[in-house]
Ligand binder design. Structure first.
Ligand code: MG
Length: 344
């Protein structure tokens, strides 16, 4: 019998995090464990406020999930269980991911192999991971840039009153390439296009979600003209969205907390590739658990923005290893997580 347990926690951000749609100091999360015999798989739901999940919704969903998992034994079918999760209730994407991630970790531990190996991923293909800066004053931006030392790419949140000033501040102290994320903040496509041309001259590599998520005609207009790849984030949640957003973006940002975990995440990467889309793997503010799960998928992607655990103070697991700006996949069975005794 698979035994699911869970614990709601608050992830404390190192710095208040401001984006075009709001500011926060904490992220609601739930840590999950799936036990089978003496083995435990770890999972996580990270729930930023704008997707409507919280401790109450996750608790209700996972209470239902406990009953379903009790009916399964190892070896189990992750695909089958995730179908049952979708039947249990719609939405709840992060809570579903918390089940999926724990099942992948447990699968690896049962098999005695890392998840990336079980999923035929080649660690050498790992892309560098960006380090994310929220919207801040020039002084705080400079302070945060100092914390980004081990990373080779900066991700910056735009959609402010003066986006050029933010980029100029960064360029005073760093020439690292930049991912620019407007978080739906650019309401005028013509102005956005002019800004993208300017950004292209500033060693910016891509633009994430420039326009409001439901305005696909604005996104398509920009995508047709943009000199930089335009990537869907808020406009793309689950694999089924690929049809709806077809032709509106150059690529998608896959996050496990949006697409219900690794099972669908791997499928989404493959389907996006078939359709000629670029693929980015992203994250929320998450512990090492969600980040190492995303890292198992990252070698299949063009771009990685999986720095969530570097942005929090109270990571209950040891930090992933960062080598040359890339997360190093562990040879340990499962996701390679080690519980952090300081936090316990
Ligand atoms: Mg984004």
């Amino acid at each position: 019998m698979l035994q699911l347990s869970f614990q709601p926690i608050l992830l404390e951000l190192r710095h208040p995090f401001r984006i075009a749609t709001g500011m926060r100091t904490h992220t609601n999360a739930v840590l999950t464990r799936v036990r089978y015999g003496n083995l435990t798989g770890f999972g996580e739901a990270a729930m930023p406020p704008y997707y409507g999940e919280n401790h109450e919704t996750a608790t209700a969903f996972l209470t239902g999930a406990q009953k379903i998992l009790q009916q399964h034994d190892a070896p189990f079918s992750i695909a089958g269980i995730m179908t049952e999760m979708d039947v249990l209730a719609p939405g709840n994407h992060a809570a579903k991911a918390a089940v999926d991630i724990a099942l992948h970790d447990l699968w690896g531990k049962l098999a005695g192999k890392p998840v990336w190996e079980l999923c035929n991923v080649v660690p050498a293909d790992m892309p560098p991971t960006s380090f994310t800066l929220g919207m801040d004053t020039p002084a705080i931006l400079r302070e945060k840039l100092a914390e980004s030392e081990g990373f080779s790419i900066i991700k910056v949140k735009l959609g402010s009153d003066d986006d050029r000033a933010i980029i100029r501040t960064i360029r005073e102290v760093s020439d690292k390439p930049i991912f620019a994320d407007a978080n739906q903040g650019w309401k005028n496509p013509e102005e956005a296009l002019e800004l993208i041309h300017w950004l292209a001259g500033q060693n910016v590599l891509l633009i994430e979600q420039p326009t409001p998520k439901d305005d696909l005609s604005a996104a398509a207009w920009l995508t047709e003209r943009s000199p930089l790849p335009v990537i869907a984030d808020e406009s793309f949640q689950r694999m089924s969205d690929l049809d709806r957003i077809a032709g509106s973006f150059h690529g998608i940002n896959i996050k496990l907390m949006k697409c219900t975990g690794l099972h669908e995440g791997f499928q989404a990467v493959r389907l996006a590739r078939k359709r000629g889309l670029k693929v980015m793997v992203g994250c929320m503010t998450e512990t090492s658990c969600g980040i190492l799960a995303a890292a198992a998928l990252a070698p299949l992607c063009d771009f990685a923005d999986i720095d969530g655990c570097w942005l929090i103070r109270n990571n209950p697991f040891e930090m992933p290893l960062l080598v040359d700006g890339k997360i190093k996949l562990s040879d340990k069975a499962g996701l390679g997580l080690v519980e952090n005794p300081v936090f316990e």
